[in-house]
Design a protein around this ligand. Sequence first.
Ligand SMILES: NC(=O)c1ccc[n+]([C@@H]2O[C@H](COP(=O)([O-])OP(=O)(O)OC[C@H]3O[C@@H](n4cnc5c(N)ncnc54)[C@H](O)[C@@H]3O)[C@@H](O)[C@H]2O)c1
Ligand SMILES: CC(C)[C@H](C(=O)O)[C@@H](O)C(=O)O
Ligand SMILES: [Mg+2]
Length: 356
Amino acid sequence: MEKKIAVIRGDGIGPEIMTQALAVLDAVAEKFGHTFRYAEAPMGGNAIDAFGVPLPDASLQTCLESDAALLSAVGGPKWDTIDPAIRPEKGLLALRSGMGLYANLRPAQLIPQLRRACPLRPDIVDRGIDFMVVRELIGGAYFGEHKTWEENGETAASDLMIYREHEIRRILRVGFETAMKRGRRMCSVDKANVLDSSKLWRRLVNEMAAEYPEVELRHMYVDNCAMQLVRDPSQFDVIVTENLFGDILSDEASQITGSIGMLPSASLGDGTRGLYEPIHGSAPDIAGQDKANPIGMILAAAMMLRYSLDMPAEADAVEAAVNTALESGLRTGDILEPGKTAVGCAGMGQAIAANL
Ligand SMILES: NC(=O)c1ccc[n+]([C@@H]2O[C@H](COP(=O)([O-])OP(=O)(O)OC[C@H]3O[C@@H](n4cnc5c(N)ncnc54)[C@H](O)[C@@H]3O)[C@@H](O)[C@H]2O)c1
Ligand SMILES: CC(C)[C@H](C(=O)O)[C@@H](O)C(=O)O
Ligand SMILES: [Mg+2]
């Protein structure tokens, strides 16, 4: 098959981990007889430097004309003090909304080889860690009105957390359908004891639940969920939640599965075209030092093969190649066990590509 993939190399460790993901995709193409055409789509801080905007129109167009888009991460201290309206992160948000990607799937699974990298007690780990965070991606406080103003001699600021029924219903549909394909348990996470947007969310969950009698449904407040995730993650199968809560809970989930460098994500809308990225950021503290873990990025490429390119066997092969690399003892610094030596970003990526 021939597929067009938009490639967003990003900032910080972005270009390093993207190089490894593309090497793995090249190995997939060779093994399975496919042709992947890569189309560069600059976005983020590098695009601000080159074009003055975080998401050039041409980059969005390239993504919309591709079968899928692959993104590393954007942002960094260099752009932290510029006009907030054109920060690198605004480019990312504009890309997600421009592509209509309202559903962000963030799987959190402890790979057995990484048991020792999990900070939880062994008896808790034994119960299993394997759940999916279904995060609403283009609504809530990220996309409500942002304002800063002067009031009584001091500065005030606000960010409007706003949800409309249709925005909630479409993500809940993804949550219930995901639960049906997995363990049929769904936990809806909100703050309905305080927020009107959460009260609306909870009412719509209960309404839709009538269509899914096979799904065991629970509601949980987000503060409790943050605690339950480290107390006993085995209780979760699918977590469905709004944008900001999902952002925070998925970073927490990454740490109990070993490292933030390990977790991928898929952002999807109504069609098959999606955006695939690791959940972590541009890690400016380790950029340019060949220290980044490329596995989250490589597993994001595997999700792309599965969800957008209809290549499940190829996705399985990439995941197996990652497991084999970990099985052989290779570890980047973030998942290193005491007394062992770390391999670099390129070393890990090459080993995974070679395993294919
Ligand atoms: N999707 C994205 O593009 C995205 C996501 C999150 C943060 N960001 C941006 O990235 C910049 C840095 O943010 P931050 O420091 O809060 O979060 P971060 O995820 O970049 O880094 C947090 C910590 O995790 C480590 N880390 C992250 N990815 C790693 C990897 N692959 N291998 C090894 N260690 C890794 C970093 O070294 C750092 O210590 C900010 O500008 C932020 O806005 C972008
Ligand atoms: C960089 C930022 C806008 C982004 C988000 O909050 O969605 C990031 O943290 C993520 O998790 O992808
Ligand atoms: Mg985040």
